[in-house]
Design a protein around this ligand. Sequence first.
Ligand code: CO8
Length: 257
Amino acid sequence: MTETIIIEHPAPRVALVTLNRPKALNALNLQTMRELTLALTELDRSGDVGAIVLTGSDRAFVAGADIKEMAPRTFSEMHAEDWFAGWDALTRVRTPLIAAVAGHALGGGCELAMMCDLLLAADTARFGQPEITLGVIPGMGGSQRLTRAIGKAKAMDLILTGRTIPADEAERSGLVSRLIPAADLRSEAIAVATKIASMSHIAAVTAKEAVNRAFETGLTEGVLFERRVFHALFATHDQKEGMAAFTEKRPPEFRHA
Ligand code: CO8
């Protein structure tokens, strides 16, 4: 039983996880971190889910880490508990993760969205890393992932000034995969998840791994990794089925294994 998130299955092989702390604009506290990382890990391992949508409310995806929970902490406590390290569990989720963002995606909210694989933004979304206005810096990868996503010039602007940017600027900057009218965000996110979940699961998981490799390795190694994975997929049922279906002019029936 979760208190700060809601888990639903709106379509076959699709999970929808909604952050649900409306009074705090979905600020991320320790309970949310525990519930969300556990839920995503379990959905990932279930074998029944081909794509996961993570969303918030119309007003806020997430307005950051919970400032009230963090405020009294000392350096020793933050260091000893390795505060926020638990979020690394999300990087081990192999199932494609889609952030569907409306309203505020600030601080840890922007960082959480960037930990997902696709970022769908409503036209109401605003992104930023305002930690500097609180006397700190991003703590969950913002300085690294934002810089990789939108480049040094824009990342410095956001992180040093605390400025927030609207969805259209975020889309132009390369942070956002698709810009969507707010009223359609949820249905569109479920449609994208359904599309991904209909693909061969092993192909989707390995495609995600290969793209993420681009952030961790040089070009030659990355291309070699991609080629070896490509070769390995010829050992799967889904490769045989996908290519047979093409030549027989019929839809493929993937086994997702
Ligand atoms: N933490 C705790 N409570 C929050 C947070 C937050 N981040 N954001 C909003 N709230 C609470 C408010 O305190 C308020 O509660 P109450 O009604 O009890 O006073 C309620 O949510 C509604 O907020 P507002 O009244 O302020 O609503 P507005 O519409 O006027 O303003 C804003 C919305 C602009 C989003 C404003 O609330 C705001 O600036 N929030 C803080 C944004 C921010 O600085 N975020 C960064 C936090 S630091 C951080 O994220 C560090 C990241 C490190 C890694 C995190 C890993 C998870």
